[in-house]
Design a protein around this ligand. Structure first.
Ligand code: DI6
Ligand code: FE
Length: 416
């Protein structure tokens, strides 16, 4: 408890079942009959109602405390959910490509014929920042309605300096339009744009020598992602992107082993990546290397679902090796038009074999770690006050019945 002199307003949520998400990946860290006290943007105390009241009474001896008390009548409280991998900002629609895929064309065939990411690039280059923000808001609102308080948003549909910067600015704007924290990531190395056709190395040089330095100087993104894949960039090109990011003080993330096994996962883990994402084709040795570096693997079951991918990430091997597993929506126009993090958690259980506590950690504590954010994703004294109260009494309900809205109250950095 901090000792201060003066006047303080403490928000106190009482009579709650608190899923603190502290402890191991097999537990929710539940406190029945619990309470959470908030002081501004920070969690002051969490524990049984009696413990928390005792702490507040002790504080009241040092300063004047105004209590704003809310009786949650047994409702569940969790950390605000963290969606640590999205491509939320883009223009246009790929519904026509979806029709073709359902009729038999593959994602890789459509990409090779100049569709896929390039279809979205064309629409995105033609869109203004206002249009990009307007297009993203319904998706962001869906995530917010699902309990998300922090959302990572990647660029990657501009593939030129101006449009990549515009995408990142649009991502920042979203955080001013809604009460949510946005964590923008540069994904200029998403695919080779048409003006660099057949010259992937030249495009990577442009990304490393021009786009990454400009983004680092602008402060618009704190991390750089790269699509290390047969249909995108090879291992050497991906390594160059990671080196340029590190040289400019930016964190590293990677889309790796989604469609093929190029070795991007272990290479980026060794390069100090915060997370490697997808991982459907990770082998046993890759898992050991990733475990050794403590890198988070971000599971994206929506992408497997939408592409009909049968190859699933090696969850059992990762669990056995102690790899921290996050779960995210991958919300994007091509492979995961899915703006529900609780549905992604459900899919991670049903299709990938995560336990329900693992999936809950995947969208809270481990997701925060995948973003390098150590102040959230758990309910603990001193953590950021990002909380959701739900109209359910157990965390398994959130994953079991993902589509039904269950949010009762949502607090981001201490305010509703
Ligand atoms: N992997 C994905 O699943 C998305 N991007 C990526 O690198 C797909 C993006 C798209 O098809 O628009
Ligand atoms: Fe993605």
């Amino acid at each position: 408890m901090r000792a201060r002199l003066g006047h303080v307003t403490v928000t106190l949520w009482t009579n709650a079942t608190v899923a603190t998400m502290r402890g191991g990946s097999d537990e929710y860290g539940l406190i029945e009959g619990g309470a959470v006290a908030l002081d501004g943007e920070t969690i002051l105390a969490v524990g049984s109602c009696n413990e928390v009241r005792t702490m507040i009474d002790a504080d009241a001896e040092l300063e004047e405390v105004d209590l704003d008390e809310i009786d949650l009548e047994g409702r569940l409280v969790t950390p605000g959910l963290v969606d640590c991998h999205t491509h939320l900002v883009f223009a246009g629609s790929r519904a026509a490509e979806f029709e073709r895929r359902i009729a038999g064309a593959t994602y890789a065939e459509i990409a090779a014929a100049g569709g896929g990411i390039r279809t979205t690039m064309t629409a995105t280059r033609a869109a203004t920042e206002d249009e990009l923000v307007a297009a993203a808001l319904p998706r962001l609102d869906a995530l917010i309605g699902d309990g998300v308080t922090t959302v990572e948003i990647k660029s990657g549909y501009g593939l030129d300096l101006d449009t990549e910067l515009r995408l990142l600015r649009a991502a920042h704007r979203l955080a001013t339009e809604r009460h949510v924290e946005v964590v923008p990531t540069l994904l200029a190395a998403h695919t080779v744009p048409p003006e660099f056709a057949g010259r992937a190395d030249d495009y990577i040089a442009f990304v490393c020598d021009t786009i990454i330095p400009a983004v680092a100087a602008s402060g618009l993104a704190g991390a750089v992602d790269v699509f290390c894949e047969s249909i995108a960039f090879d291992l050497d090109q991906s390594r160059r992107v990671a080196q340029a990011a590190a040289a400019h003080g930016l964190s590293i993330k990677g889309h790796t082993e989604q469609l093929s096994a190029l070795g991007g996962g272990p290479m980026l883990a060794a390069a100090g990546a915060l997370s490697i994402d997808h991982g459907e084709h990770l082998g046993d040795h890759d898992v050991d290397v990733i475990a050794e570096h403590g890198t988070v693997v971000v599971l994206l079951p929506g992408a497997c679902y939408f592409t009909g991918e049968r190859q699933h990430p090696p969850v059992e091997a990762m669990r056995a090796a102690g790899v921290p597993m996050a779960v995210a929506t991958d919300t994007n126009p091509g492979t995961s038009p899915l703006a529900s993090l609780r549905l992604a958690a459900n899919q991670a259980c049903v299709t990938f074999g995560l336990t329900v506590p693992e999936a809950m950690h995947g969208i809270t504590s481990v997701a925060a770690r995948a973003l390098g954010l150590h102040d959230r994703g758990r309910i603990a004294s001193g953590a950021r006050a990002d909380l959701v109260a739900w109209d359910v009494d157990h965390p398994a309900e959130l994953v079991y019945e993902p589509v039904t809205p269950r949010q009762y109250r949502r607090i981001v950095a201490g305010s509703a």
